[in-house]
Design a protein around this ligand. Structure first.
Ligand code: MTE
Length: 323
């Protein structure tokens, strides 16, 4: 997730970074995670699942977004769909594209429960057709200091919130991903199911997108098919994939990365160039927008460039403490 200020025409195709460039970085990251958690189970963990089945839906009802798109070249689709984090399918960036074909995305339902007047289980088709799709180009800024610009297709998550009528005590929303494997521990020491959360005002914000597709097509499995969230002013790990449960709760819910290393991954996780990760600076990001040995490095923008639209939600909060 990210954004910036270079015109598309100025970006050279030679500016894209091959995965080898990240190898050393990734090794460091994995070493940390092995230290933190139990052994990686990785690769073939979904091998026992039935063959994939796709939901019969098409993204053909896109309406123009009312939000400005970032002034930055769009990441080539091939990169966005082959360099992913989806630990359920392995911890290497290219593992999800190799392994997630075993994810069964149909039939699929999403249960909405907790502090709502109208708890409900949506069959995927009902959810997909709840509102017309909008396409938005979002900067995607990862905590590991790389970034992409991806056109995501979906509708504001607030539409679902309105449909289930939260009770006054509902202060946070928790997203839970599919957990259909036998292993309790994912590669990297992560526990099932992947959990993320937002404060209610963040969840209601019109930039928070319930996402069904990208580049005008339904999501690829490795991107979190058939439905995920995108929260464009936050680091990528806030955007839970392959969601099966949405819970409205009174207290801040436990979240996967925060439970694994709370000093590194806060609940808020707003993109903030001024607050360093304990092991590296967050002031710059490498653009994965082209295939190149030397990726372009650019300054990271506060709130990923969406400050005008989201900063007021954090007025008065110490963002060094609430990182
Ligand atoms: N959701 C689930 N269920 N499992 C995951 O491992 N990884 C997170 C987030 N959502 C993850 C997840 C992280 S760390 C990132 S950076 C983004 O998804 C990556 O999304 P992308 O692979 O589509 O770019």
């Amino acid at each position: 997730m990210l954004l910036l200020n270079k015109q598309e025409s100025e970006i050279l195709s030679s500016e894209i970074t091959p995965k080898e460039t990240y190898r050393a970085f990734e090794l460091n990251r994995r070493q940390l995670m092995r230290g933190l958690g139990s052994a990686g189970v990785a690769a073939g963990l979904a091998a026992a699942l039935p063959r994939k089945a796709q939901a019969e839906v098409k993204i053909d009802n896109l309406v123009a977004t009312q939000y400005k798109v970032p002034d930055r070249a769009t990441t080539p689709e091939g990169i966005a769909k082959s360099y992913n984090n989806f630990y359920e399918f392995g911890e290497e960036k290219d593992d999800p594209a190799k392994n997630a074909h075993t994810l069964v995305t149909y039939p699929w339902s999403v249960t909405v429960e907790g502090l709502v007047a109208k708890p409900r289980t949506f069959q995927f088709g009902e959810l997909f057709h709840l509102q017309p799709m909008q396409q938005r180009v979002y900067r995607f800024r990862c905590v590991e200091a790389w970034s992409m610009v991806i056109p995501w297709d979906g509708f504001p998550f607030s539409e679902l919130i309105k449909a289930v009528e939260p009770l006054p005590d509902a202060k946070f929303v928790q997203f839970l991903s599919l957990a259909n494997q036998k292993e309790e521990i994912l590669p990297g020491g992560i526990h099932w199911p992947y959990s993320e959360g937002l404060r209610m005002d963040e969840a209601m914000h019109p930039l928070t997108l319930l996402t069904f597709g990208s580049y005008g097509e339904t999501l690829a499995n490795q991107q979190g098919a058939p439905v995920r969230v995108i929260v464009p002013w936050k680091y990528g790990f806030k955007s839970a994939k392959s969601i099966v449960k949405i819970r409205f709760v009174k207290h801040m819910p436990p979240t996967t990365w925060n439970e694994l290393a709370s000093n590194e991954y806060g609940f808020y996780a707003n993109v903030n160039p001024e607050v360093d990760h304990p092991r590296w600076s967050q002031a710059h990001e490498r653009l994965l927008n082209a295939y190149t040995i030397f990726p372009k490095v650019v300054p990271t923008l506060m709130f990923n460039g969406y400050g005008d639209q989201v900063a007021s939600m954090y007025a008065g909060m110490d963002l060094r403490k609430n990182y």
